[in-house]
Unconditional design. Structure first.
Length: 95
């Protein structure tokens, strides 16, 4: 049986891989819903609830070392932590 720690590491690696794929297509920042769809295409077993999170956004907020969250037009966007997104409002922790 895979430990929760291993599942979390796999999910973190999946996040990096999915963001990299969107970056290669010039699709950053990416809508959070689209990012989750990409992650599910890459690994259909991904589910933030299995990692203890009720929402995908909550899971993303816990991994700000890997990803930045942005709001634009009342929608949540995601980009790699080192990405600069002019015209987007970065979501501060706890918002």
């Amino acid at each position: 049986m895979i430990s929760i720690y291993n599942k979390l590491e796999q999910a973190r690696n999946l996040l990096v891989k999915a963001l990299k794929a969107h970056g290669q297509r010039g699709d950053l920042p990416v809508l959070a819903t689209r990012l989750k769809q990409t992650m599910l295409l890459m690994d259909p077993a991904f589910n933030e609830a299995n990692l203890g999170y009720s929402q995908f956004r909550s899971w993303l907020e816990e991994h700000r070392d890997l990803a930045k969250l942005y709001l634009k037009d009342l929608q949540l966007f995601v980009a790699p932590a080192d990405y600069l997104a002019p015209g987007y409002l970065e979501v501060a922790p706890g918002e």
